[in-house]
Design a binder for this molecule. Structure first.
Ligand code: DHB
Length: 394
């Protein structure tokens, strides 16, 4: 039975886990990373594609930014369309920042390659992951490797970056763990298609038929979404039906038309908000989706995972190198402040832009009033631009 000794055992090789492993390695701290998915599975899972300015700065500081700048695209704004009329948000003018369009699976590829260059392990495709002794200074993680061997990792700290369905969160005792949850009456239908971009920037559209988002991937591949009901089966939607629906949600007096093409992927995305507090217990620390999920509107999921790591990495480094565990003790308190700002923004964007089939006419008018309070005001536009590009740390 391979038994590994390390400083930090990291459960989950998504962007949070791998970014953490990389920052720790750069500071001379060892880690072992495991994941129950295969490398291919993670690399081919389509997630959101927008990086806040701070997330890009983090990739730069970690030395993992070369492809963001060559394969990614800087976006200096977004368009919000309301019943067919466009409102442009110019981020550099409003808040002096930009965002980058660079899909999460590419970030995984970059971080996994960086990890491989260090020669330190990522054990993919493990099963039966367990952890224990998290209230002690010698917690452990065990799993069965892809070859059927038992793997046991003994560490000083364990980090659960194991996503919304991983085993780590449940290790925090019920008596101290609070789960905050909000369900929305919609889902998103997401497509990838072979077409040129329909607009210079992303288009978030509110219409009577519901929300649509016209995002991008490259000069030849586009990502688009439209609001649907949670029970939707992607197989019921022909390409023609999808294009008609998307077009109807962005149509307006300006004649805006989508550039269409072959649809290569159709997925229905779940839609919920959840937060677990505290994000730590004893020697266990949660980061990313294991502690919180946001609805996709506004693309905060990955950015929030990176923000967690930007607090957790220096705190672990101080604890392990300087025996100063003060920042680590305050990790949850520091991280959850931003988590709730992102929850609020994702919720607000969702509520302002979607048509809730169960809502009354008052709520439809009220949410339009909320949207116009932002669109029609310099302060409002600055507020939205700051939320979208990412709040300063602290
Ligand atoms: C994307 C997804 C989002 O939820 C969003 O707000 C912006 C972009 C995307 O996948 O491109």
């Amino acid at each position: 039975m391979p038994e590994l000794q390390t400083d930090v055992a990291i459960v989950g090789a998504g962007p949070a886990g791998l970014m953490l492993a990389h920052l720790l390695h750069n500071a001379g701290i060892d880690s072992v990373v495991i994941d129950n998915r295969s490398r291919d599975d993670i690399a081919h899972t389509h997630r959101a594609g927008i990086l806040e300015a701070g997330s890009v700065r983090m990739l730069e500081a970690a030395g993992v930014d070369s492809r963001v700048h060559t394969a990614g695209h800087r976006h200096d704004g977004i368009t919000i369309r309301v019943d067919g009329t466009s409102h442009l948000f110019d981020f550099p003018e409003l808040v002096g920042e930009s965002v980058w369009l660079y899909p999460q699976n590419e970030i995984f590829v970059d971080l996994a390659a960086a990890r491989e260059r260090t020669g330190r392990p990522i054990h993919y495709s493990v099963s039966d992951t367990r952890l224990g002794d998290i209230e002690s200074e010698r917690p452990w993680v065990a799993a069965t490797t892809v070859d059927g061997e038992e793997l046991r990792i003994e560490a000083r700290y364990v980090v659960g970056s194991d996503g919304s369905r991983g085993p780590c969160r449940a290790m925090i005792p019920d008596t101290t763990r609070q789960r905050y949850f909000h369900e929305y009456p919609f889902a998103w239908f997401g497509i990838l298609c072979e077409a040129p971009p329909s607009h210079e920037v992303l288009v978030y559209s509110r219409s009577e038929r519901g929300f649509a988002l016209i995002s991008q991937r490259s000069d030849t591949v586009q990502r688009m979404y439209f609001q649907t009901s949670p029970g939707t089966d992607a197989a019921d939607w022909s390409d023609d039906r999808i294009w008609t629906e998307l077009q109807s949600r962005v149509a307006g007096p300006d004649g805006f038309e989508l550039r269409t093409g072959t649809i290569t992927d159709k997925t229905v995305l779940p839609f919920r908000s959840a937060v677990t507090e505290p994000m730590q217990h004893g020697s266990l620390f949660l980061a990313g989706d294991s502690a919180h999920t946001v609805p996709p509107t506004g693309a905060k999921g990955l950015n929030l995972a990176f923000a967690d790591v930007s607090v957790l990495a220096p705190a672990l480094i101080s604890a392990l190198k300087d025996s100063d565990a003060e920042a680590l003790a305050g990790y949850s308190q520091t991280a959850t402040k931003r988590v709730w700002k992102a929850q609020n923004f994702s919720y607000q964007m969702t509520r302002m832009l979607h048509a809730d089939p169960g809502q009354d006419a008052f709520e439809t008018k009220r949410s339009l009033g909320e949207l116009h309070s932002i669109l029609d005001s310099e302060h409002g536009r600055r507020y939205l631009a700051e939320c979208y590009t990412g709040w300063p740390n602290g």
